[in-house]
Each structure stands twice: as C-alpha cells, then as structure tokens.
Design a protein around this ligand. Structure first.
Ligand code: FES
Length: 358
C-alpha cells in the first residue's frame, strides 16, 4: 500500500500583502478579504479531510506566495493505489518541484507520490525567480487604495533596494510574482480614475490658458504612484469622548485607520488603545457588543473587552499602543506597543504610556 504525505494543517503567518496569488492557485482553501486587507483560511479547510486531497495545490500556493506567509504541516498516510494516483496527478498543473533546502514537505510529497502513480518524466526544477532585492521590496510593500505603499522604515530592507522605492511600478524589474502585486496597483482601464479625470482637467485648463496650476497638477499625477507610510500618531479627539464611555465599552472609530487600526477601550480607571490584529495568526477580530467580546473569524479566538485572550488558539492578549494626552486631546502612537505575554501576565499594561488614567 503506497504511503503519501498530505497536508493536515494550513495557516497564514502575519505579513500577507493581499496579492490574490494564493486564492488564484487554491481557491478552495484561501480567501482574500480586501475589505479587511487580509487573507483567511476558509473554515472548511480547517478540516484535515478537506485539505488532504488539496495537498498539491496548497503546496503550490505556498511556494508561489511572494512573501512566504503560507505555512502548512504534512503527515504520512497509507492510501490505496487509486487515492495515491489521484493525489499524484489530480491537479492539472505539473507537480511543483522542491528546491534543496526549501519546502521539504513538497519534496517528500513529490517523492512519495511517484510510489503509487506512474512515474512522470523528470521536469527541470522551477527557477527561483524571486530576486532577494525584490523579495525585500515586497516585504516592505502593501497594496492599498490603488497605490503601492512602501514602508521605507521596514527593518531588514537592504540599502541596495532603497532606490527601487523611488521608482514607479513600471520601472521596476520584471518578476512574475511581483507583477501580481503591481496588477493590484494599476487603475482599472474600464472606468475613468481620479488620475484620468485630473489629467483631463489639467489638459483642458492648459488649453484654456489657466497658467501653471494645471501644469502642477499634471506633474503631480505624472510622478511615481508611491506613497509614504502614514504617521504613526493619530489624534483621537477630546478625552471627554472616552470618559463618557462605561467601563467595558469599546470605541471603534479608529478600527479602519491605516496601516494599523485600533480600538479605544474604557476600563474601570483608565482608557487604552488595543491593536485590531489577532495575536494568533493576524486576522482581524470583530467587537461583538452583545457578547461583550472580540471574536476572531479565522480560528475562533475570543478576547475580553480589555483584550485578554480567553478562548481559541490566540496565545496572548491583544497588543496595546502607546496612548497619551496632548492638552485635552487623546493621541495614540502606533510606533510603540505593549505586549502582554499571557492573560495572567499583563504587568506591562501598567506602564504610564500604556493608558490614560481617568
Ligand atoms: Fe487565528 Fe485569529 S488568526 S484566531
């Protein structure tokens, strides 16, 4: 009876750039949620019996992921010849060959698959097309609102690629995977974009002799479509807005703030700012006011109104951002975080910068 290795668990590590590549390759398992700027594992794919037959495409999606955030575990199974043949040749695409030192599960899978299925002609290994400089740029890149946003401060971004950040997408070196990201940054050709409209207005104004204003607008929109990362400090309004909350209440006004949203919570004697990123694998939980908890849609983690994890796989409470007063204005500074290491290890929350006493 042939033995094959099959995927028993798949998950997405933090750092997804929402590029659609994984859902294109394996839509049964991966679901990109642009509205939340994340990608999740579909609930049915949490079942091992669901993932096993999809082993091949899951591994391909992991190998194609430009930022290598798709992770999986495999286990060996004795299967019938029929099942082994199905797994070996089930996908229409050629098996993804594994490079030495990379994706050992894929290598094992390919090797064991041939035990039961007729041997396929050897294929040349897929070239690893991702240049390290491009990989670093991708790690520093997110696609948002039709723009490529480059976080120039990402640690580990080598000097050799900093000049790439100054180029327009069209000037960047060709790369199949990177192209998928760039596709997201391109305006739709079907509808006139803001840029198209303003270009049109600029030309019209020039034609009508309105001087340099339209020319400046033209120059602005001909410039590389690259934005600086947002200021980490967010002004959140007067303190009274939050002292009027009842203890245990949650203000969601700043959940959509990019690139790191947060909730402002009222505890008995202080207000604090909670990161909206689940401490399990980075999905975005929802605040359920009737249940008085934050609930993560990906794997079911639950957090109390103060961010303490109490159910599901999340290992730590939600992280907190620095919060302070500027006059009577509440400021949240997302450049500094406070990480409690467990539901009973929250001493860091007592740091003066972690809350505003009320
Ligand atoms: Fe897994 Fe939230 S990401 S529970």
């Amino acid at each position: 009876m042939p033995t094959v290795e099959m995927v028993t668990k798949v998950w997405i590590a933090p750092g997804c750039i929402v590029c659609d590549a994984c859902e294109t390759t394996c839509p049964e398992v991966f679901h990109v949620q642009h509205e939340n700027e994340t990608c999740i594992i579909r609930p049915e794919a949490l079942d091992v019996e669901f993932t096993k037959p999809l082993t091949k495409t899951i591994i391909e999606a992991a190998q194609e992921c430009p930022v290598d955030v798709i992770k999986y575990e495999v286990a060996k199974f004795d299967v019938s010849d029929e099942v082994a043949a199905k797994i070996a040749g089930g996908a229409t695409a050629a098996p993804a060959p594994a490079t030495a030192g990379e994706a050992p599960a894929a290598a094992a899978h390919a090797a064991t698959s041939t035990k039961a299925a007729p041997a396929k002609p050897a294929e040349p290994p897929k070239p690893k097309v991702m240049d390290p400089a491009i990989q670093a740029l991708l790690a520093a890149t997110t696609v948002r609102g039709g723009h490529v946003v480059i976080d120039r401060g990402v640690a580990g971004m080598p000097d050799s690629v900093k000049h790439l950040a100054k180029l327009s997408p069209d000037q960047l070196p060709p790369d199949g995977k990177f192209q998928r990201v760039l596709e997201k940054a391109k305006p739709s050709s079907e509808e006139p974009t803001r840029r198209d409209l303003l270009l049109g207005a600029g030309w019209t104004a020039l034609a009508m002799g309105f001087g340099v204003g339209p020319l400046l607008a033209f120059n602005r929109f001909m410039a590389p479509n690259v934005l600086e990362q947002e200021d980490p400090k967010v002004r959140c309004g007067p303190l009274s807005k939050y002292t009027s909350l009842a203890p245990g209440d949650v203000n969601e006004d700043f959940k959509p703030v990019k690139p790191s949203g947060f909730w402002i919570i009222r505890e008995e004697e202080r207000i604090s700012a909670l990161s909206i990123i689940c401490t399990h694998l980075g999905c975005i939980p929802s605040w359920l006011p009737n249940d008085r908890k934050f609930k993560c849609p990906c794997h079911g983690s639950g957090f109390k109104p103060n961010g303490t994890n109490f159910e599901g796989p999340a290992p730590r409470p939600l992280e907190r951002f620095k919060i302070y007063l500027d006059g009577d204005q509440v400021i949240v500074d997302r450049s500094k975080k406070f990480l409690a290491m467990g539901p009973n290890d929250t001493a860091v929350w007592n740091d003066p910068d972690a809350s505003i006493p009320v």
